[in-house]
Design a protein around this ligand. Structure first.
Ligand code: CAA
Length: 380
């Protein structure tokens, strides 16, 4: 068992850390306040290969494994979780889904520009009445021979307006239940496809979250991913990997808040000494550090399981479940250590606390992760 990352992995980590400090940190508070999409930063991340980390170089990606991807995700998330969710959705939901299950023509047409960041992708599963209960799809894709007619509404879609390629899950054969669901590639600008209003959110405010409306959108059949009826399995398999990315995001949020709190505690004085010398604060730091270390091991383990071709359904869900709780607990304690300053935007930790909450909700709530894990551990 080797718990250390090697020199080459450290270089990737360092590159992401430098990028986060130099490019993401400036303006992160303003983007949060104004709900401004990090357009310039995303463009640069595309140039650096951050948007297609795991995609085969023959489609313009970096061809790296999941472990290296989570190292990058953790570093970006320490500073700017809005940017890291854009990266995570593009990498682990859209690119991975297309590369693993798409046709050669779909990969050439859609994966290539997504891997380079020339285009951004969105993953569209959630609906007003199908969040956790994802099989209850009301969006329909009616089979018309050589095309589908798509109708319905999707909710809370990350990259909702910034994307130009959308993987949309829809029901084709309601009588077959989840076995009648399809995944379709939809392009921005297709007639009948409308972007709904932007959500005003608690956290990750720099990422753009929208509802999407489809009114008789004609989708050619060659845009279906996999066999007829594969759509729900496609969504589940893709989300299983996506959850590792969100777990790494949660880990990064926690680690970012902890690092800031530790530094602050070694500078700020009260009762004649740095507050880090008070046991009340030291013990908080110890709990944060220990929890983060445990979360990191779970995240790396899930990434390794995926890279080694093992079943990673439970390990990805456990990593997300645990790391998202650590993100919440750690950021709340970081605000507490900062005291009054923790409540003020310029000290960053209040933003990390707001950003942490979504990691317990998206790509499957913590309650859904428990359902997933329980089914895996009790499987006969
Ligand atoms: N891998 C492969 N197949 C899977 C699977 C997995 N991880 N999980 C389920 N399936 C398969 C099942 O095996 C079953 O197929 P078979 O009958 O052929 O075996 C089929 O899918 C249906 O599964 P279930 O019977 O388990 O369905 P269910 O309704 O009881 O529960 C669920 C499914 C796990 C609760 C699922 O609905 C779920 O994951 N819900 C949460 C949805 C979610 O994560 N949404 C996130 C939105 S995307 C997002 O947030 C992105 C973003 O913008 C950041």
């Amino acid at each position: 068992m080797d718990f250390q990352i090697n020199e080459e992995q450290k270089m990737i980590q360092q590159a992401a850390r430098d990028f986060a400090q130099i490019e993401l940190f400036p303006g992160v508070i303003e983007r949060d306040e104004q709900q401004a999409f990090p357009e310039e930063q995303v463009k640069k991340m595309g140039e650096l290969g951050f948007l297609g980390m795991m995609v085969d170089p023959k489609y313009g990606g970096r061809g790296l494994d999941t472990l290296r991807y989570v190292l990058m995700m953790e570093e970006l998330s320490k500073v700017d979780a809005s940017s890291s969710v854009i990266v995570s959705v593009n990498n682990s939901l859209v690119c991975w889904g297309l590369e693993t299950f798409g046709t050669e023509a779909q990969k050439e047409k859609y994966l290539r520009p997504l891997a380079s960041g020339a285009k951004i992708g969105a993953f569209c599963l959630s609906e007003p009445e199908a969040g956790s209960d994802a099989t209850s799809q009301k969006t329909t894709a009616i089979d018309k021979g050589d095309h589908y007619i798509l109708n319905g509404t999707k909710n809370w879609i990350t990259n909702g307006n910034s994307a130009s390629v959308y993987l949309v899950i829809a029901q084709t054969h309601p009588e077959k239940g989840y076995k009648g669901i399809n995944a379709l590639i939809v392009e921005k600008g297709m007639p009948g496809f409308e972007i709904g209003p932007k959500e005003n959110k608690l956290g990750i405010r720099g990422s753009d979250t929208h509802s999407l409306i489809f009114n008789d959108v004609k989708i050619p059949k060659e845009n279906r991913i996999g066999e007829d009826g594969f759509g729900f399995k496609f969504a589940m398999k893709t989300l299983t990997g996506g959850r590792i990315g969100i777990a790494a995001q949660a880990l990064g949020i926690a680690a970012g808040a902890y690092e800031m709190a530790k530094e602050y505690a070694q500078q700020r004085k009260a009762f004649g000494t740095e507050i880090a010398n008070h046991q009340a604060i030291r013990f908080k730091l110890v709990d944060m550090h220990t929890q983060i270390e445990a979360a990191r091991l779970l995240v790396y383990k899930a990434a390794k399981d995926k890279d080694e071709g093992k079943n990673y359904v439970a390990s990805s869900a456990m990593a997300k479940l645990f790391a998202s709780q650590v993100a919440m607990d750690t950021t709340i304690e970081a605000v507490q250590i900062f005291g009054g300053n923790g409540f003020v935007k310029e000290y960053h930790v209040e933003r990390l606390m707001r950003d942490a909450k979504i990691t317990q909700i998206y790509e499957g709530t913590s309650e859904i992760q428990k359902m997933v894990i329980s089914r895996e551990i009790l499987r006969k």
